[in-house]
Design a protein around this ligand. Structure first.
Ligand code: 1QQ
Length: 375
């Protein structure tokens, strides 16, 4: 469906593009050639996010370039999950590498500093994993194809209430990160709206290794559920320590928990974690099966949500580049803004008028050491 639609759009784009072939960014064969920068969390404690993202991008790049309509060169930079390193990478990509657009950075915390800079420079930028409130609202050049916490967390909490008849919750969140703070705001608001009693609100910081004080307090209050807003590294350790202390209630997590690393680190302690995601790898869908098969063959493991979102993101970029007809920053921005009804492995996708995502989540639960659909 997508391919047929793309060919039509390419034909119409080429028709109006008489100058193709002479300048940079357009080849004589009609293919739009573009350098796309990537800012990814490839080293440090959250490196599994960036590994999945860059794997997904490279797989999509191979396929897209193989089709001959668009030729994308990926210029990949490591941000190590740090704001300053992400900003330096962005400046290099925009000013020295002269990229047409940027994919990333991985964290909302990074996008909060990189997004305004890209917007100021007129460089379209698309996060594939940035889920905090307000990311596309940074500016006209800022997009994301990741499911915002504002859609994901309420869906997870609803399922948990329905399944466990939950009435009392404890909340635990990282107070030094844009995403974990935003996830907390959404959790608190959703809990209040759904009439849940919030017994306590506890905080932690990045890299913390001991959660005894917070968890002892939570245990004494006997919640039915724990709402936790964390990246996988801290989130997995929290679950491990909670289970060791005898806290066996379900956890509801945000996007940071959507990584198999949670299970790799916490093992059985991750059982009972509820998360919402736009990606479910076991779906009976030809496109999903083909992607999962190819990914496993290439990288020796199953793709996670971060790989899937990145894969779709590059296809969305490619579609926009084709429609733009040239490797031009303003034309790419306008073409991105017009993407509607894109049919990828995450299902049907559109940007709303602010460059935010319109999509339905699936709620998953970890049972027996694996993510399963939570019905
Ligand atoms: C954000 C996130 C993280 C979990 C991405 C890895 O959702 O920072 O917005």
């Amino acid at each position: 469906q997508f391919t047929a639609l793309s060919s039509l759009l390419v034909l119409s784009a080429c028709g109006g593009n008489q100058a193709a072939g002479d300048e940079d960014g357009e080849s004589s064969g009609g293919a739009v050639k573009a350098d796309i920068g990537v800012i990814s969390y490839i080293s440090g404690p959250g490196a599994a996010y960036g590994e999945a993202i860059t794997n997904g991008l490279k797989l999509a790049q191979e396929e897209i370039n193989g089709k001959g309509e668009v030729e994308i060169n990926l210029v990949i930079e490591d941000s190590a999950g740090k704001q300053d390193q992400a900003l330096t990478a962005a400046q290099k990509l925009m000013n020295s590498e002269n990229v047409t657009g940027i994919i990333g950075p991985t964290l909302s915390t990074e996008m909060n500093v990189v997004g305004p800079e890209a917007d100021l420079n007129g460089v379209p930028i698309m996060g594939t994993s940035t889920t905090a409130e307000g990311i596309p609202q940074i500016g006209d050049y800022v997009f994301r194809n990741s499911l915002p916490e504002a859609l994901a967390i309420p869906a997870s909490i609803d399922k948990a209430i329905e399944k466990y008849d939950a009435k009392k919750v404890a909340i635990l969140y990282g107070n030094d990160d844009v995403f974990t703070k935003s996830g907390f705001d959404t959790m608190k608001k959703a809990a209040e709206e759904k009439g849940l009693e919030i017994l306590t609100i506890e905080t932690f910081q990045k890299g913390q290794s001991d959660y005894n004080a917070q968890l002892t307090k939570i245990k004494g209050l006997k919640p039915d559920l724990i709402l936790a807003s964390a990246l996988y590294n801290e989130g997995a350790v929290i679950m491990d320590q909670a289970r060791k202390m005898g806290i066996d209630v379900p956890f509801v997590g945000g996007n940071g928990f959507n990584s198999p690393e949670v299970i790799n680190i916490a093992g059985d302690a991750a059982n009972g974690l509820i998360v919402a995601t736009p990606w479910y790898g076991e779906k009976e869908d030809d496109k999903v099966k083909e992607f999962v098969g190819k990914y496993e063959e290439e990288y020796g493991k199953k793709p996670d949500q971060f790989a899937a979102q990145a894969y779709d993101a590059l296809y969305i970029m490619a579609e926009a580049l084709k429609n733009a007809g040239e490797a031009d920053r303003d034309a790419l921005r306008d073409a991105l803004a017009e993407i509607q009804g894109f049919n990828g492995i995450l299902g049907e996708f559109s940007f709303d008028e602010e460059g935010d995502v319109v999509m339905d989540p699936t709620v998953l639960v970890i049972e027996g050491g694996a993510f399963k659909e939570f019905n």
